[in-house]
Design a protein around this ligand. Structure first.
Ligand code: SAM
Length: 290
């Protein structure tokens, strides 16, 4: 019978046959709803021209759908016990490559460039291990690798933080970090009931479309991100107070106030009300002061 891997029946059977026991510490929650995966691939923009990179294939639920719809799939899985299972279940697809690697240690630059050389576009698609969502995404974004997009299933709350707009509860330094490199959206909310075992939290699909260049001009990127983090350090405090702590020992409060007023930003505002554009202006104004 050729039922999809992403069904409760097939998944149960594959796991039982292999005598597989889940490792909670590796964030192993497998998807058992093929329609959700097909929908996800649609939002990811996968076509027969796409070289897909998957992080954490598990027993191949998403890998199988990628093998069917994309040009090729390169999947990185840290758990070596899953490698023979993947080889067996996906053996009939010639366009699948499984690498037994930790994505945080892998040479993504080499992998992406190699794929880019022989395909029209590279896209990352994954149902991520939730315990390392942020480090994985920041690694992919900050290395400025030449892929088109990243579409990942992650914890709903984290997806909301990454795609948040100013003046919302979820808006913070993570929103700025992600949106500096990409355009972020949440095309799907995913209930916990479609995973085995069920996680404690609901999930969402986060789609990140790579920007050609950042939406703002900053003189010093590291300093820009430092200023952003400092401005959100104590959410309830004003910009003046947070920047006061950040510049302690190098700039006095009256000097900080003068710079803020000079660029038309009220020192009494909170970090959560500033747009990325305003953070850029702010960071640029202080770049030569610190
Ligand atoms: N893609 C499968 C699915 O949708 O059913 C499995 C998703 S599961 C949420 C996350 C997968 O990531 C697990 O297979 C886990 O072993 C793997 N994983 C965890 N940490 C990893 C790492 N550092 N590098 C690569 N894979 C990892």
């Amino acid at each position: 019978e050729n039922k999809a891997i992403a069904t409760p029946g097939r998944t149960k059977e594959i796991l039982a046959k292999a005598g597989f026991s889940f490792k909670k510490s590796l964030g192993q929650n497998f998807l058992v709803d093929v329609n959700i995966l097909k929908n996800m691939l649609h939002h990811a923009g996968i076509t027969e021209d796409t070289a897909a990179i998957e992080i954490g294939p598990g027993i191949g639920a998403l890998t199988e759908q990628l093998a069917i719809h994309a040009h090729s799939v390169t999947a990185l899985e840290i758990d070596q016990r899953l490698v023979p299972i993947l080889k067996k279940e996906l053996g009939s697809y010639e366009n699948v490559t499984v690498l037994n690697e930790d994505v945080l240690k892998a040479d993504m630059e080499r992998i992406v460039h190699e794929l880019k050389n022989r395909s029209k576009e590279v896209r990352v698609v994954a149902n991520l291990p939730y315990y390392i969502t942020t480090p994985i995404l920041m690694k992919l974004l900050m290395d400025r690798l030449p892929f088109q997009s990243i579409t990942v299933m992650i914890q709903k709350e984290v997806a909301e933080r990454m795609s948040a707009s100013p003046n919302t509860k979820s808006y913070g330094s993570l929103s700025i970090a992600v949106q500096y490199y990409t355009e972020a959206s949440i095309p799907m909310i995913v209930p916990k009931s479609v995973f085995v075992p069920q996680p404690n939290v609901d999930s969402a699909v986060l789609h990140l479309e790579r920007r050609e260049k950042p939406p703002v001009d900053v003189k010093n990127e590291d300093f820009f991100f430092e200023i952003v983090r400092a401005s959100f350090k104590q959410r309830r405090k004003t910009l003046m107070n947070n920047l006061g702590s950040f510049f302690k020992g190098s700039l006095e409060k009256p000097e900080i106030r003068e710079v803020l007023e000079g660029i038309g930003i009220d020192p009494g505002r909170r970090g959560e009300s500033l747009t990325m554009e305003e953070f850029a202006t702010l960071a640029n104004a202080f770049t030569y002061q610190k």
